[in-house]
Design a protein around this ligand. Sequence first.
Ligand SMILES: *Cc1c(COP(=O)(O)O)cnc(C)c1O
Length: 377
Amino acid sequence: MQFIDLQKQYKILKSEIDAGIQGVMDRTDFIMGKEVTLLEEQLADYVGMKHCITCGNGTDALLLALLSYDIKQGDAVFVPTFTFFATAEMVSRCGATPIFIDIDCNTFNLSATDLECGIKEILKEGKLRPRAIVAVDLFGLPADYNKIRKVAEEYNLLIIEDGAQGFGGSINGQKACSFGDIATTSFFPAKPLGCYGDGGAVFTNEEKVSDYIKSLRVHGKDTDKYDNVRIGMNSRLDTIQAAILLVKLKAFRKFELESRNNVANIYNEKLSGFTQIPYCPEEYTSSYAQYSILLKEEAERDLVQKTLGINGIPTMIYYKKSLHQQIVYRNNDSIYRGFPNAERITKTILNLPIHPYLSEDQIIKCTNIIKSTLEEI
Ligand SMILES: *Cc1c(COP(=O)(O)O)cnc(C)c1O
């Protein structure tokens, strides 16, 4: 069993993917070929934002989003502490200070209540200027944008949506990557929509911001590529990756997203009552970038993981450490406050295999082992 079965997916989509790659090889327009523009149009249309700007990876997408709003030294950017490192890393990269915030114990997403406390503390301390919130759609579930938006409006903060894992999720039919003032995603192979290497994208409704990011991603170019009007970077999506993503996006829309949800539903049905299953509020749909369960304590989690491993079922722990526990952030200026939810969840979470091609038999094999292990404890 694979944690994410990219080989099976490739077998099923092979003829179309190979044809897409071959087309680029025949034309040799490896940089900014026509597939890139076509993909950007389709992605913008899918998420419901006016502009999509693809780039080198999801980390660069975050940096481009932060730079496009001139986030810099002296700025406080509020970030959930339970996320992939890049969410905070790029805040630090542009000179600003990430302020870590605890998560909601049910959704694992940014807690709006803790967010407001954090903002108030920073204002009271008076050293940093609150500027933005990075809301992460963790494991495929959109963050609580209704509440986060209210807080953002009250304190006049920008919302950056880190939709690296959220692509395909929705709230009341509105798609992830359209909730932030600006949103980003990643096409790293293991994400819900992944390419065959690194890739990412930024989404915005503002034409000015879109133009600015298009300039930043090619060395701060003007309309002419060799007129440089600002300091930018080199962060483009390869044409080959765009060609692959066009095929994968079609499959994602047609059946993969639905199939991921079917897998999650079977897991839920088999595990409910035995262990804590993912919480998906009404009105929300998740793209199930991950399927995670919570065990009662660390020893129980480790035993379940070990037993699954012995039986050939790969699992992961996302995340073993919260960001405030990372060595690089040990001297973070963020005023210390407790992170009880994140700290408990890092000790008890376990991520099970999930992908659109996981069979019911495979799921049941996994859930039976979990149940029998729990019964023996
Ligand atoms: C994967 C991920 C990123 C970074 O994307 P890359 O394409 O790997 O650079 C950023 N934020 C979150 C939440 C992620 O899961």
